[in-house]
Ligand binder design. Structure first.
Ligand SMILES: Nc1nc2c(ncn2[C@@H]2O[C@H](COP(=O)(O)OP(=O)(O)OP(=O)(O)O)[C@@H](O)[C@H]2O)c(=O)[nH]1
Ligand SMILES: [Mg+2]
Length: 400
């Protein structure tokens, strides 16, 4: 169809009209597919605005779809996740959310909770008649079922965070062991400064790389040693902090040097992979001694300098992450807001359980359960403030 500016043809475009409610937003919608020159696009926008059209705000289309009941809030959030997904696993989790899998699970929790509330209300109405609609033990069974699913979803968030934000992988170890060389080898570029002088890296340096469908946030750190230098000390404190925050930690040691007793503080932790470096200049005996020493713990032999064994590290990391994040088909919460609502809901549910066990009045238990219900409603967007909505949609791109 021709688009005219006055009497002149501006472009030959495809124009599709979607009649409400069968459109993305649920409203009447017109989509114009034109030739991609910025001049043509700007001219068409100008023509439309002259006729009274307003430019969309970030996320406005999805916000309207939500307001018009086409999708729930978890699905709206999924649109942004999908657009920003950087890895296969993030894409998969976003698709789960978009298809409404998380929303449906929360909806089930809501229904079960409403059933339990109704039973307690019935008990309240018939209190004088001493009718017991359901024994307390059965009420606890119902509540436990809700708690179990709530906990399952909440626990999945530690994996969800890895999937959405990437796994934090600090590279730690003694000075000069080859940490910065390993970072460069994993990135396949000369990012960090490498020198023969111990104590080269003072501040942490973060870079991302993808492996096995995961995003890794690699962190080069200052080598751990006793020092009087206050700047190096600060760096080393930062390194120690990283060990606790890391999803997986790479502990790099130089195979040509002696094995130190205090290393056991690091390599014995369950999320640590020991990287035995510099095998290119080591004797067979030296390598065998290290191999023997670390045999009960995950370890890998490499030469960061000659790029030997690097793919091996990547596949071990991917394997450990896949164990942490579980099967790709299970439901995973990747959204901080949803996790927070689930956390609050759990505390109310636990309160309700305690009060049920104490045989307290149904009124008190109902009050807790209603609070938990309120949290599920917030997740689905059945109750949401303008502030929450603005927060969610401001991160969207224009036109989504
Ligand atoms: N032969 C050999 N040398 C290596 C290897 N990896 C690192 N080196 C050398 O070891 C020295 C220290 O390397 P870096 O990567 O700077 O070590 P680092 O652990 O980051 O050191 P700090 O930042 O000082 O703690 C440099 O001279 C590197 O070239 C390796 O696999 N083989
Ligand atoms: Mg370094």
């Amino acid at each position: 169809m021709n688009i005219f500016e006055g009497n002149d043809v501006l472009d030959n475009a495809i124009i599709i009209f979607y009649k409400e409610p069968a459109s993305y937003t649920g409203e009447d919608l017109v989509e114009i597919s034109c030739h991609g020159s910025p001049f043509i696009i700007n001219k068409i926008i100008e023509l439309c605005t002259k006729k009274g059209a307003a430019l969309a705000q970030p996320g406005e289309f999805t916000r309207r779809a939500f307001i018009n009941g086409k999708i729930d809030l978890t699905q709206a959030e999924a649109v942004a996740d999908l657009v920003f997904s950087q890895t296969q696993s993030a894409h998969k989790a976003a698709m789960h959310l978009l298809e409404g899998d998380v929303g449906r699970e929360i909806e089930t929790l809501r229904k079960d909770l409403i059933d339990l509330i109704s039973i307690l209300e019935l008990e309240l109405d018939f209190a004088d008649n001493e009718i017991d609609p359901l024994p307390i033990s059965d009420q606890i069974i119902m509540l436990d079922k809700i708690l179990k699913i709530n906990n399952f979803l909440l626990n999945s968030y530690s994996c969800g965070k890895i999937i959405k934000q990437g796994a934090l992988v600090p590279i730690i170890g003694p000075p000069n062991s080859g940490k910065s060389s390993l970072l460069n080898a994993l990135l396949n570029k000369e990012r960090a400064i490498v020198t023969p002088y111990p104590g080269t890296t003072r501040d942490s340096l973060e870079e991302t790389v993808q492996t096995g469908g995961y995003l890794l946030r690699l962190l080069d750190t200052a080598g751990i040693r006793k020092t009087k230098n206050p700047i190096e000390k600060l760096g080393i404190n930062r390194t120690k902090d990283c060990i606790n925050k890391g999803d997986i930690v790479l502990f790099v040691v130089d195979v040509t040097g002696p094995i130190k007793r205090d290393w056991s503080n690091y390599y014995k932790r369950e999320n640590v992979i020991t990287v035995i470096n510099k095998i290119d200049i080591a004797s067979k005996e030296e390598i065998a001694r290290y191999d023997m020493h670390f045999k009960r713990h995950p370890h890998v032999q490499i030469s960061a300098k000659n790029r030997i064994g690097i793919d091996n590290i990547k596949s071990i990391i991917a394997k450990m992450l896949s164990l942490k994040t579980g099967s790709s088909d299970s439901l995973i919460i990747t959204n901080q807001r949803q996790a927070q609502n689930l956390r609050v809901a759990r505390s109310y549910l636990l309160n309700a359980k305690k009060h049920l066990n104490y045989n307290l009045s149904p009124e008190i238990i109902i009050a807790d359960l209603r609070q938990a219900l309120g949290e599920y409603d917030k997740i689905l967007g059945k109750t949401s403030t303008e502030e929450i909505l603005n927060n969610i949609f401001q991160n969207f791109c224009i036109g989504k």
